[in-house]
Design a protein around this ligand. Sequence first.
Ligand code: G4P
Ligand code: NA
Ligand code: NA
Length: 193
Amino acid sequence: MKILEEKILSEGIAVNEDILKVDSFVNHQVDPVLMHQIGEAFAAHYKDCGVTKVVTIESSGIAPALMTALALNVPMIILKKQPSKVLNDNLYQTVITSFTKGTSYELTLSQQFINENDHVLIVDDFLANGEAATGAIRLLRKAHATIAGVGILIEKSFQPGRGKLMEQGIDVYSLARISKLGKDLIEFIPEEE
Ligand code: G4P
Ligand code: NA
Ligand code: NA
C-alpha cells in the first residue's frame, strides 16, 4: 500500500535492525484518515471471503480493525490481554509469549462473542515472530471459528511470522512488507501487481 509505505518512510524510525517506531501514526498518535484507508484496503481484499467478524488484539490493532469492520459491515472483537490465571468458566484463554518484549500474557475471549458459525479476519499492526497471531488463531479455534485470514499493517519480513502462519495454511495479507531495517534505512519488498 503506497500511502502506508510513504508514511513509514517519512515518519517511521528504525530504532535498530529489528524495531521500527511508528508512534506518530500507529502506536501512540493515530492517523484516522490513514486508518480509514487501511480499513478500506483490507475490506477490498477480503470482501468476498464471507467474513463475519474482525478480531484484533488490544491495543494498537483496534483502530485499523474497527475501520475494517466498518467497511465490511461486521462487528469487531478485541481479544484482551490479562495477567495469567484469571479463572472464569465463560472464557477461552491461551498464553502468548512475546519475543520482542520478553513477556507473557493470557489472551482472553468471552464465549459469548465467537462461535462455530464465525469466519474471522484477524487484523493487527505488526507481524514479527507471529506469536500473537498464532495465539489468536489458537483461541478462535477453541471457539470453533474458522479463519478467513490475517491482515497486517506492517510485516517485518525478515522475521519468521509470515512463514509460521503460511505453514498453517493461513492467508496473510500485509499492507507494507519490510525486508530490511537499519540506521537511516527502511527497505520494502516490492508490492505484487
Ligand atoms: P509477534 O506477535 O509477531 O511474535 O510479535 P511480538 O510478540 O514480538 O510483538 C510484541 C509486541 O511488540 C506487539 O505489540 C507488537 O505489535 C510489537 N512489535 C513487534 N515488532 C515491532 C516493531 O518493530 N515496532 C513496533 N512499534 N512494535 C512492534 P503489543 O505488545 O501487543 O502491544 P500493542 O502495541 O498492540 O498495544
Ligand atoms: Na498489536
Ligand atoms: Na503493537
